[in-house]
Design a protein around this ligand. Structure first.
Ligand code: COA
Ligand code: MG
Length: 287
């Protein structure tokens, strides 16, 4: 079973009614109604009400609907979590998770149909990635979302064009997510106007193994969807690998030659996954 596509996850301040309305027709796979960093303190209560109303009203079609709440240690955290849990969006995204105990506490009030997604954005979390991800076995945790702006703030690392200062955090978070079967989404790209740098970081996200990327502006969706969709040539090669292993003469073999390249049973598994991802995207886009 392959998860539904989560190539593009667009954040918007839940205080911005216009943005929420717009999101109902944007081609992103995930809509994240933010109550946290994008919302000023004076607008927190209004944003919470608008987010809850948006879930009630629906109209988001195939898009997965997520509410990002304020942390439990803020004046709004408790009310956010209570209201968001009662509204039952597809998932609730929680900030600054540091431990498996944080995951358990955030997960406890959720309805069984609501998933928990955790921001990975603190220095402390980097040293607990395995145990945080392992909490998926006993809680509703299903996804990690990188918070690279907060990581930069906390560590004082700079967000360079190539993101080198974040390589360790990004690849360890991906490894922890994979070990425990979580989806993992890359952090945002702050430059709204520059499509070339967006493409470079999207490609880098694919290279790191991310399932998709969080976004801040509608202009970023199309390119992100394209880069996080398997390329037609990749899918064609994957189908060729699957077909080759199915040939009678290749039964029982561990390694064969396909179009001039070595293919092992591990490549067969990867090929099946890639084709399943491509099929899931096609189905989602047809819905
Ligand atoms: N989601 C949905 N719609 C959005 C949007 C978003 N993230 N960002 C902009 N839009 C809409 C605007 O409402 C506007 O709609 P309109 O044409 O109907 O008026 C249109 O897209 C163009 O917006 P634009 O003028 O280019 O954006 P801006 O300069 O007003 O705002 C930001 C820029 C960064 C403030 C805004 O894009 C934003 O709030 N992004 C999300 C921030 C966020 O949620 N951060 C938290 C996670 S890091
Ligand atoms: Mg943050």
């Amino acid at each position: 079973m392959t998860d539904r596509p989560r190539r593009s996850a667009l954040y918007m301040p839940a205080s911005n009614a216009k943005a929420i309305e717009k999101a109902r027709s944007l081609p992103c796979d995930v809509v994240i109604l933010d109550l946290e960093d994008a919302v000023a303190p004076d607008a927190k209560d209004m944003a919470r009400e608008q987010a809850i109303q948006a879930v009630k009203d629906g109209g988001f079609g195939r898009r997965e609907l997520v509410i990002r709440v304020n942390g439990a240690d803020t004046p709004w955290g408790e009310a956010d979590l209570r209201a968001a849990a009662a509204a039952r969006p597809d998932a609730i995204l929680v900030p600054k998770v540091n431990s498996a105990a944080d995951v358990a506490a955030y997960s406890a009030p959720l309805h069984e149909d609501t998933a928990l997604w955790a921001m990975i954005e603190t220095g402390r979390s980097l040293f607990a990635l395995d145990s945080i991800a392992a909490a998926a076995a006993t809680t509703q945790l299903t996804a990690f979302v990188m918070g690279t702006n907060d990581l930069a703030k906390e560590t004082r690392a700079r967000i360079t064009p190539g993101r080198e200062p974040f390589f360790a955090a990004l690849s360890l978070a991906v490894a922890a997510a994979r070990i425990h079967g979580l989806t993992i989404l890359d952090g945002v790209h702050n430059d709204i106007e520059d499509q070339a740098s967006l493409e470079a970081v999207c490609r880098q996200g694919v290279d790191f193994g991310f399932d998709g990327k969080t976004l801040i502006h509608p202009k970023q969706i199309d390119l992100c969807n394209l880069v996080f969709s398997p390329a037609p040539a990749e899918v064609a090669f994957a189908r060729a690998v699957i077909a080759a292993f199915a040939l009678p003469e290749n039964q029982g073999k561990g390694a064969i030659r396909v179009e001039g390249k070595m293919a092992e049973l591990l490549h067969l598994e990867q090929s099946r996954r890639l084709v399943a991802v491509a099929d899931a995207i096609r189905e989602a886009e047809a819905a």
